[in-house]
Design a protein around this ligand. Sequence first.
Ligand SMILES: Cc1cc2nc3c(=O)[nH]c(=O)nc-3n(C[C@H](O)[C@H](O)[C@H](O)COP(=O)(O)OP(=O)(O)OC[C@H]3O[C@@H](n4cnc5c(N)ncnc54)[C@H](O)[C@@H]3O)c2cc1C
Length: 313
Amino acid sequence: MAETIQLASRTGEVKIKPDQDMSLFTTFRIGGPAEFMARVTDRAQVEAALEWVEKMDLPVTSIGGGSNLLVDDSGISGLVLAVRASGKAAEAMIEVEDDMHQVRVWVPAQMPISRLGHVSAERGWVGLVWCAGLPGVVGGATVNNAGAHGGEMIDHLDSVDVLRLPDRSFERWPAARLAASYRYTVLKYAPRPRDVVVLGATFVLPKGDPAELERQAREFSEWRKQAQPTGACAGSVFTNPEGTYAGYLIDQAGLKGRQVGGVKISELHGNFLVNTGKATAADVREMIQMIQDEVYRQFEIRLVPEIEQVGGR
Ligand SMILES: Cc1cc2nc3c(=O)[nH]c(=O)nc-3n(C[C@H](O)[C@H](O)[C@H](O)COP(=O)(O)OP(=O)(O)OC[C@H]3O[C@@H](n4cnc5c(N)ncnc54)[C@H](O)[C@@H]3O)c2cc1C
């Protein structure tokens, strides 16, 4: 087996590890090996990894928390760049410009999104409290235009900082460039391999009452514990069709509890597929097809996957 490569960066060593099991980097706990994997916690480390990739002429797949991904059983070619850090380390990198009635906040891509929800509440910033309890990090949530409880990333997003491949040039994109809508941005649907790594996002947030915001953050976190399954999953598998809910249609189609191989439709929430232990990406794909066919047969509605399929070699 090839050995770990160690790269120097201004903020510490970056380890490029060969043959890393992607099931350890996704909340679905599914996926074959990444040819190479680097976990990076700041811009200097992203740059060091991208410099190596350019020399090696390999494709890059950037991931955050891996909470919206179905990684192929054959794994991912090239380098998987996991842009993630602990909440504490990421919080220390937040930059704030305080105005009278609002704040301009720069948040690193590697910051856990749930932590951002709680931090924003504690500091009395309105507009991100819905993030409390959400898996994943800011980079992935920005790419996905994640949302919940009536809020979504684009609502207060001012700009997104990115590095472009192959030359690692820095660009600050105004939020409009993402062309964001419900669980959509141009970045999420760009063909792979992609030439953009998200480094951070700037939000402009009105000020509010921290006590009230913290109450909401607790309520949202608690709601997730009650309404969503706790097992290995990737959140909602399908987007909600216009005027209805995918979970409701799956429930009405009588599919809750159905199992294909190691993957099962949650009894608690019809739009969640749970890995019962040994599920493969092939099981999930077969299940998705079965649900789409059955919901279409009964309601003439074609469900569209929200989770993203990555890899295959
Ligand atoms: C239990 C559960 C509940 C969930 N509930 C919700 C919900 O209520 N609302 C919702 O919107 N989502 C929900 N999700 C899905 C998921 O949590 C969100 O979409 C989340 O924001 C994805 O973040 P991530 O960091 O895990 O992204 P990943 O899944 O790692 O990646 C998502 C996309 O972003 C890209 N990406 C990630 N980081 C970078 C980067 N630094 N640069 C460039 N590209 C990057 C990836 O290539 C991929 O295209 C849920 C998931 C789970 C497991």
